[in-house]
Write a new protein. Sequence first.
Length: 277
Amino acid sequence: MLINTEGIVLRQSKIANNRRIITLFTRRYGKITAGTSINERAKGRAALAIRPFTYAEYDIFKGRNYFNINNADVKKSYYSIGEDIDRYMVASKLLEYIDKTTEEEQLRPRLFDLSIEFMESITNAKGSYMTLLYAFVVKSLSLNGVMPEIKQCVSCGKSLSDIRKEGNGKVKYFSVTGGGILCEDCYTRLDAQDVSLIFKPDFDIVEVLDYFAKKPLSSFEKVSLKPAVSNGLQRILSEYLKYYLDVDIFDNDIIATDWNSLVTVIEVVIIKSQTNW
């Protein structure tokens, strides 16, 4: 059966006989793994469509237990991501996050749209790329059904306003295992072994999470968090993702990179400069 869908490449690998295995995140079919004989080093739009950071339309043959990409046409290439190593590494973590938090053929249209929105925003970004990644992750927590509780104590249900009153305007405690904010009383009743994944942020965790959840990604293109806030938020999100989704995209502070993939992206930049699309 022939199918057609929009998608973005999450990752790819070479196999025998000049074929490749492409992991696509698609609008109509979710994440799929497909083979292809398209040569990524050839000229033309189909070759560019199987490279990283490309939004394309794919003609795919769907067999009983496999997919094969027959042809593809670029809708938009975010090739400029590869022109900035910091931008590239952050965007690569986004692809890793999508890959690790989605199941094969699980339809995720809202996450797909959010991913395209992220590609647009990080391409245009003048602020911190990490701020955009934080915003994407927070928004995706809601889509994954694990958004932290920030309106009341996760243990006793005390309202946010009452928590702020007892904390002199602050929310003092955030529990990863509890899945949200804690009031003073519930924190003091915890046993010593229960506090290992409780954070005491020195910034307003409720305002930050709420702002990220409600505002469009484009509103963060020129935003840079203070280093202390960024580091604190990253630690909380890192533990939260590990606990609820078994993922840690913030491991090693996004320093490690796949140099083979980076070379591929650089090649896209070179090819793009020689084409008119």
